[in-house]
Design a protein around this ligand. Structure first.
Ligand code: SAH
Ligand code: SF4
Ligand code: F3S
Length: 439
């Protein structure tokens, strides 16, 4: 028997791409492909791309440039481009790079095996009527006890800067029964934590046994799955934080006390220009309600600096909002004009102004992040062991608050949920030792 063919997947962008990469690996797995971490030994290379900022999309072409040499060495090597750049650029990718054989969009990747079998240079960026998830093979857990589960795809919000509504299409929610099946299947394979994913996850409105269910109801049902100890969801939009979802943070011990709730800016003028459809004050009131339900919750956000028209006063309002909320974590980006989006038509803020603002904002959120981590020192927290650490006898996992934790635990095993005491905090993680009584 010949060796199985090897598939190398590189994933850029958001967690939804991570999920899609796993599903593509499973789809090709059914055709006899095994995944490899070593690009040079691959028979097929799949680049699962992100289009969100210019830099992200450019990475595709620099990677394709590097793949040229490998393809010369291995003429039978298949190169596929998937994800949001595939959707946005389609056949243009084949024109720009002779290395590429296949271009497949995020809604069409269940057809990847047929495309590979057909041979030749092909593009499929359809939004087909069939649901790709009902065609794809069952999940096969390879990434350990914490898994992703996409419940919703697409976005109807059309923020003025964002390509996602164009690359991922309109909001579609998966049916409740399918999600419960997938979750139970994951748990049966040892998964103990599930992060529900959606470009707009809290806009979830999937078909249930008695009409459409919102995210809160789905989360409550998943909390009943035996063996599923932790639930998270991301990314949520402030305008879709319904009362029952906020209440679930107070009622459900499985729902972890960490919420990514991007606000983008603290200036009402900029929020309006961004088409975010809420004010800074509405966001602050929402934060109060969430904290009333779950006082120890850690909040995180995304920020864009240098959006067209952003003045010093607008930026100061963003810094004020950050000081008022106190984030456990934040991701900040310099505005990048994306082709086809309304904001791309406007005059940009000078690059050096945007750079300076980004630095200033990042040093504030880094300080807040450090303070949130240091506040954990001396406390008892739970950690789900995901992998061994670099040092002997060390395990690495996430706390309830999503902090990375290194635990010195000779007896530790992957998949254990362990009570530990935090002993120290470094730049990006906590150190801890098991609480002996719990062991
Ligand atoms: N659906 C999520 C975010 C999706 S994109 C939400 O609505 O919050 C992730 C982040 O990338 C965004 O929150 C935003 O901060 C950033 N982003 C999106 N488009 C951008 C652009 N054109 N330039 C810079 N950052 C951008
Ligand atoms: Fe993009 Fe806005 Fe939709 Fe988020 S809500 S994916 S930022 S358009
Ligand atoms: Fe990027 Fe597409 Fe995700 S543009 S952030 S991979 S939805």
């Amino acid at each position: 028997m010949s060796d199985p063919k090897k598939l190398f997947i590189k994933t850029y962008g958001c967690q939804m791409n991570v999920y899609d990469s796993e599903r593509m690996a499973e789809a090709m797995g059914a055709e006899g492909y095994v995944t490899t971490e070593v690009q040079e030994e691959a028979d097929m290379v799949l680049l699962n791309t992100c289009h969100i900022r210019e830099k992200a999309s450019e990475k595709l072409y620099s990677d394709l440039g590097r793949l040229r040499a490998l393809k010369l060495e291995k003429p039978n090597l298949k190169v596929g481009v998937a994800g949001c750049v595939a959707q946005a650029e389609g056949a243009e990718i084949l024109r720009r790079s002779s290395v590429v054989d296949l271009v497949v969009g995020p809604q069409a990747y269940h057809r990847l095996p047929q495309m590979v079998a057909a041979g030749g240079r092909l593009v499929d960026t359809d939004f087909p009527v069939e649901d790709k998830f009902s065609v794809l093979p069952a999940r096969k857990v390879t990434r350990g006890p914490a898994a992703f589960l996409t419940v919703q795809e697409g976005c109807d919000k059309f923020c003025a800067f964002c390509v996602v509504p164009y690359t991922r299409g309109a909001e579609v929610s998966r049916p409740v029964a399918r999600l419960l099946d997938e979750a139970r299947g994951l748990v049966a394979q040892g998964v103990r934590e599930i992060t529900l994913l959606g470009q707009n996850v809290n806009a979830y409105h999937g078909e249930g046994p008695d009409g459409a269910w919102g995210l809160a109801r789905l989360v409550r049902e998943l909390a009943l799955v035996e063996g599923l100890e932790r639930l998270r969801y991301t990314t949520s939009h402030p305008n879709d934080m319904e009362d029952d979802l906020i209440a679930a943070h107070g009622d459900l011990p499985q729902l972890m006390p960490y919420l990514h709730l991007p606000v983008q800016s603290g200036s009402d003028r900029i929020l309006k220009a961004m088409n975010r459809k809420h004010t800074a004050d509405a966001y602050l009131r929402l934060v109060d309600r969430i904290r009333a339900a779950r006082p120890d919750i850690l909040l995180s956000s995304d920020f864009i600096v240098g959006f067209p028209g952003e003045t010093d006063a607008d930026f100061a309002a963003t810094m004020d909002l950050i000081r008022t909320v106190g984030f456990g974590m934040a991701f900040s980006f310099k505005y990048s004009a994306r082709p086809g989006t309304p904001a791309a038509e406007k005059d940009p803020v000078p690059a050096e102004v945007a750079d300076a603002r980004l630095q200033e904002l990042q040093s504030l959120v880094t300080a807040q992040q450090r303070a949130a981590q240091e506040a954990m020192v001396g406390r008892e927290v739970s950690v789900l062991y995901e992998k061994p650490g670099r040092l002997p006898g060390q395990m690495v996992g996430k706390s309830d608050h999503l902090h990375a934790v290194h635990v010195q635990d000779e007896a530790g095993r992957i998949g254990q949920l362990v009570r530990v005491r935090v002993s120290g905090s470094s730049s990006n993680s906590l150190a801890a030792v098991p609480v002996s009584a719990a062991h």
